[in-house]
Unconditional design. Structure first.
Length: 218
């Protein structure tokens, strides 16, 4: 296969498997998505989705959130991990949204990344999933699969994002990054990987990855 044929194969396979693409984190608006994504750092979407209803019952907007103390937020979100840092970030960014953005979540990388505890990936998720602005957030699943598929050199997530944006059409970015996440979880996980079920990697995978897999299976 040529590089473009491989890219087309990935796109077509993912759309057949995931014609409807659910968003992993439960939310109702840009603010609740921003908070959920911030909470998901080094945690699981399942765990976050269990805790966000408890938090949003108390405060689902920045004005109500700053009425809670950092300690109150920390007590609620403790099960997701890193609660001291995350609670400070949630409280701090809520105050900034009120002071600088009229209580609204901004729609640019620069403004989002200026918020406490908000990095590039979090900003990209909010832009794509809340506002429909083309972005390609790279998580561990995407980083792993892009390397397995020989579509990036896999050195770091920054390079993986650049490669993904270069080879995939911009109008597909918002769908594809979610489709790859779901595919990675279901068919190409880091552990318990069954190559026979992973049709994309089996078809276009990096030779060294395939060879290592078969060596471990022996």
């Amino acid at each position: 296969m040529t590089k473009q044929e491989k890219v087309n194969f990935v796109i077509n396979t993912l759309y057949k498997l995931y014609p409807e693409i659910p968003v992993p984190l439960d939310h109702k608006d840009p603010y609740t998505l921003l908070i959920a994504v911030l909470m998901s750092a080094q945690s699981t979407d399942v765990r976050v989705n269990k805790i966000t209803p408890l938090l949003f019952e108390r405060a689902d907007n920045p004005y109500d959130m700053i009425k809670l103390s950092v300690e109150e937020i920390r007590d609620i979100i403790k099960p997701v991990g890193l609660s001291p840092m995350k609670s400070k970030g949630i409280h701090g960014l809520s105050q900034i949204l009120i002071d600088q953005h009229n209580g609204e979540v901004p729609k640019t990388y620069e403004a989002l990344e200026a918020l406490p505890a908000v990095g590039h990936k979090t900003a990209a998720v909010v832009l794509s999933q809340a506002f429909g602005i083309p972005a390609f957030p790279v998580d561990t699943h995407i980083h792993r699969l892009m390397y397995r598929w020989n579509l990036t050199n896999g050195k770091n997530v920054v390079q993986t994002e650049k490669d993904a944006k270069r080879i995939f059409p911009e109008e597909l970015w918002n769908d594809l990054h979610l489709q790859i996440i779901w595919y990675g979880r279901e068919y190409s996980p880091a552990r318990g990987w069954d190559l026979d079920k992973d049709i994309i990697t089996k078809t276009i995978g990096r030779k060294s990855v395939l060879n290592d897999y078969y060596k471990k299976k022996k």
